[in-house]
Design a binder for this molecule. Sequence first.
Ligand code: PLP
Length: 496
Amino acid sequence: MDIRYVSTRNAGDVRTASEAILQGLAPDGGLYVPTEIPRLDIPLEKLGQMTYQEVAFEVLSRFLTDFTAEELHDCINKAYDEKFDCPEIAPMVKAHGAYYLELFHGKTIAFKDMALSILPYLMTTSAKKQGLDKDIVILTATSGDTGKAALAGFCDVPGTKIIVFYPKDGVSPIQKQQMVTQAGDNTYVVGINGNFDDAQTGVKKIFHDKEMAEELDRKGYQFSSANSINIGRLVPQVVYYVYACARLLADEEIKPGESINVCVPTGNFGNILAAFYAKQMGMPISHLICASNSNKVLYDFFRTGDYDRRRNFHLTMSPSMDILISSNLERLIYQILDRDPEKTSKDMDELNQKGITEISLDLLQKKVPDFYGNYADEEETAKQIRDVYEDTGYVIDPHTAVASSVYDKYKAETGDSTKTLIASTASPFKFTRTVLKAIGADQPDKSDLDLTDDLSKIANVEIPGAIREIKDAPVRHKTVCKVSEMPDVIRKILAE
Ligand SMILES: *Cc1c(COP(=O)(O)O)cnc(C)c1O
């Protein structure tokens, strides 16, 4: 079956996978969605015998139908290799009444690695397929984890440059240290005075700027995006949900025909959307539990149908979820609106102009009854880290703790005892102080990096390589700018 990708805002904009990956965001501002979700026509038992890389091939080959098998194997083998610190790539830990799918064993110890270690290869392969003779310039706004994962993924990949914008005061000290010490001749990191939404809006504006695109074209560059709006990010994320379902069956944690719930700590709605796609491919997934922190736009959306960003922005201990505009929700809304690009455009324009768009709750419940939303505030998140640790000795990061707390709320509210997979999205070592504070073992006089030794003892886990390598690394990136200065900063970088 031949899968194409169509813009959520324009039925006439139909692309092959490689075109959509290169393009990133559609020219009309929409997001590319597959014309249909392919069924995964392989028994789960059989998938349970496969390695992560083999499952990845099965999933990717169903979605990226204009790639040859050889191209896909090449991308997969370059992406999922010893960069990951365990052969399973995404191991599972059973603790506190759930299965924690650890998505943080890649180079930057957050789940973004799962997709961003393969995206550069999908992109350069796409460029080759399309006969593109320009260098690809990746522009990325980050709430903390995407930036570093994208930098690590694209570092010194020929034919690419990467520019990352992060909110200067909106990421953890370790996240910041990871980014500003990034090596590579093609990597640029810029702090902005503003929050993540400001950075993301700034990047989107630049993507829509036709003059800037022409200017770059003359210089031999083409912009693309590594944000989770790129379909080349989304599709590789489907893999680990398929892999997890297959593993649960192979390990006899579930019986043939038994379904699981999936609970995801959510920000831009990419990770949970991938779980939804896995379900539509035929995976035995029942409910999708969408967990938010105090920036609970999605909770309100699933409870009321109102997608309303008119509210105060909270800086929380789970910064990668500090988001008021969840870009990928547009892909779900498109589906709720019967894949009607006019209705979707209208709603997105409304969101843009008024800060709110309303979907009827009836429609929401009719079209996507499988979604459930809830949130955990700061106190609840800290308590969850402590409770899970005291209960089991297992230490989880604040993002995962949001999901874990919401899962407990879900169980209490619904009485549903279906076995549940929790997406564990970051290593606790990335948020050492927050985690130790929650457990009651913080030492204010020690730096975040020095605290990793303490956490290692408490969690009984070795300090990850990603932390060891930044401890004494020199700061290479010092630029800070205003949101309005972003285009000029880019011009300057590309003129070098
Ligand atoms: C990015 C991120 C999230 C949110 O994922 P989305 O796909 O944006 O919903 C959650 N946790 C961590 C640690 C992240 O880096």
